[in-house]
Write a protein that binds this ligand. Structure first.
Ligand SMILES: N[C@@H](CCC(=O)N[C@@H](CS)C(=O)NCC(=O)O)C(=O)O
Length: 214
């Protein structure tokens, strides 16, 4: 029996989209289960950490329910070899991925949390925090080995590139000019967006929920 995958999450990109993108990059079919808020009320108690996303992995040994978006991503990255070719690459990939998680937490607060609809906080984000975030991502990209050829870790994408692509995509959805001062990040984004394995998915996926003013 081959392994089957079901990803359970809500009707948004949120923390699940890098997982959807990674499975798609790997050419691995999966069931994309989307719960409504109403369905979530009864499903919540059945999830290992009472939160989503959860990956349900089934094979001849049985079924596993894996919570925590980054643990899911790393598991899939190891399974499908998007984790880096050696320890140096794996460390780089983890550093980039954790940086993306930090940045995503800030933007998540604007989109869904305490900063939702708060124009003052949005201004502060774009005028101050985003500039620092661009510098962090720029440093990471600039310090990639020459052979990485515009990606964060190596010449072929890792799960870190997937995280970074989705993070930039979310920011671009909110503010299309947000990479104007960072041509190397723009080139990275566009290179990832052109991956042949993603063309069908990117053309049909649900739109980003990132629509806060700013
Ligand atoms: N660290 C966890 C955080 C998971 C999380 O905060 N999930 C939210 C959605 S993004 C959730 O399940 N919210 C509904 C709830 O807590 O009832 C991860 O990365 O998966």
């Amino acid at each position: 029996m081959s392994t089957s995958y079901e990803l359970i999450y809500f009707q948004i990109h949120g923390r699940a989209e890098p997982i959807r993108l990674l499975l798609t990059l790997a050419g691995q079919p999966f069931t994309d289960t989307v719960l409504t808020r109403e369905q979530w009320k009864s499903a919540k108690a059945t999830m290992p950490l009472f939160q989503l996303p959860v990956l349900v992995e089934k094979d001849a040994r049985g079924e596993r329910r894996i919570p925590q978006s980054q643990a899911i991503l790393r598991h899939l990255a190891r399974t499908f070899r998007f984790d880096g070719a050696d320890e140096e690459q794996r460390v780089r990939a983890d550093v980039v991925a954790e940086t993306c998680v930090d940045i995503a937490a800030g933007i998540g607060a604007l989109l869904h949390g305490a900063g939702k609809g708060n124009a003052e906080l949005a201004d502060k984000y774009w005028n101050e925090t985003w500039k620092t975030n661009l510098a962090k991502l720029g440093n990471l990209l600039a310090s990639a080995p020459a052979g990485a050829d515009g990606l964060f870790v190596a010449a072929t994408p890792t799960y870190a590139d997937v995280n970074a692509f989705q993070l930039l995509h979310t920011h671009l959805a909110m503010r299309p000019a947000c990479l104007d001062g960072a041509p190397e990040l723009r080139r990275f984004h566009d290179r990832m967006a052109a991956l042949p394995q993603w063309q069908s998915y990117l053309g049909t996926r649900r739109k980003s929920e990132a629509t806060v003013p700013g």
